[in-house]
Structures are given as C-alpha cells and as structure tokens.
Design a protein around this ligand. Structure first.
Ligand SMILES: [Zn+2]
Length: 196
C-alpha cells in the first residue's frame, strides 16, 4: 500500500508510485528526488508533463513550501526546469531498461519479428522510436489498436534503439513480452509519456 499525496500543481491526489517528490536543499533550491534518496522537506507532483511543467511556473513551489523558492535555470538545450532534467533521466532509464529487457529476451525488435510476436500473442506493448516516420508510426498505431495493446513512444532514436538492443543498425519498433524486465520498462515508458 502506498500513501496518497496531493500534487502541488493540479491539486489532485496521487499514489506515490505515480509521482515524483520535489525536495528543498539546504540552500532552499528545489531538486527532483528521482533516485528516491533525498531527504528534506518534500512536495509531490504527477509524472505528467503538464504537471511537471507547472512546477517551474512562478509561485508554485513558493506556495507549496510557504517560502521563496528559486526556480533553477533551463537545461543546456533550453528546456525549462524540470522537464530537461526529467527527460535526460528518462532517456537514461529507458536505455538501461531496454538493454536489460533485450538481454533477458523480454524485449524483441525488428518489424517482421514484432509482427510475428503480435500474431502469436506474445507482445504486450509496442514501443516506437522517437524519430520513426509518420507512416511507420501510423502503421504501428493501427496494429496496436487492432490488437488492443498500448503503444509507447520512447525518447530514443532508431539508432539508439538498435544500440540499446545490441543489434546492428536501426530499430524503429520494439515488442515487450512477459517478464519483470519488460514490465519495469513498460512502467517507465508510461511515465515517460514522450508525445506520440
Ligand atoms: Zn498533478
């Protein structure tokens, strides 16, 4: 049982598993507790981009903590805090989990392979590369709907998916099967919510 908290942005309730904690450091600046290791005064926020982006809006954290909270600068590529940090964290997590899932045989790639795994009922989710083209995306979208499976978009490109799965060349689509490594990846992708 995880305790219920309130999201400081949308004010709706969240389970701890669906949220991320924001912690104030000794100097009063905010940090996301992504590794769940930081101590200190905390506030909770949903993983959704809409709620996370609200954290960086003027006054949100100051109201939540009842003290002035400075908002950190945007990331190097100009993405507002905390979305830049969340995105690089999710990229890294997704890369690690895809590699672990592929190593365990719970994540498979290649269009023909994935098509076969859909037909056999092995595939439980599909994952698209961030740079998969519109035609490819719409094609897999139709298949996912036809088989009533979720389709997630990862932050990783076709090239990065190829590297993460230990294959040569590009991989535009992955199938996730049963098993703990694939389940952990599915949870992370659901949180990651890269736009489809
Ligand atoms: Zn929220």
């Amino acid at each position: 049982m995880s305790a219920t908290r309130t999201c400081v942005v949308c004010k709706n309730q969240l389970d701890q598993g669906d949220g991320v904690r924001v912690v104030l450091g000794p100097d009063g600046s905010p940090a996301l507790d992504l590794r769940r290791k930081l101590s200190g005064r905390g506030a909770w926020c949903h993983w959704q981009t809409s709620c996370l982006s609200g954290l960086g809006k003027r006054g949100c954290l100051s109201r939540a903590f009842k003290q002035p909270v400075p908002i950190p600068s945007p990331s190097q590529d100009g993405v507002a805090w905390p979305l830049g940090i969340v995105r690089s964290w999710q990229e890294k997590r997704q890369r690690e989990l895809i590699a672990a899932g592929a190593g365990a045989g719970q994540v498979r790639s290649g269009s023909n392979v994935v098509q076969g795994l859909l037909q056999s009922g092995w595939a439980l989710e599909l994952v698209l590369a961030s740079d998969a083209g519109a035609t490819v995306a719409s094609d897999w979208g139709k298949k996912a709907r036809g088989y009533e499976l979720p389709l997630y978009r990862t932050w990783l490109s076709c090239e990065e998916l190829g590297a993460a799965t230990g294959r040569d060349g590009l991989r535009s689509v992955l199938a996730l099967g049963p098993g703990p490594a694939a389940r952990a990846l599915a949870l992370e992708l659901k949180r990651g919510e890269a736009p489809l």
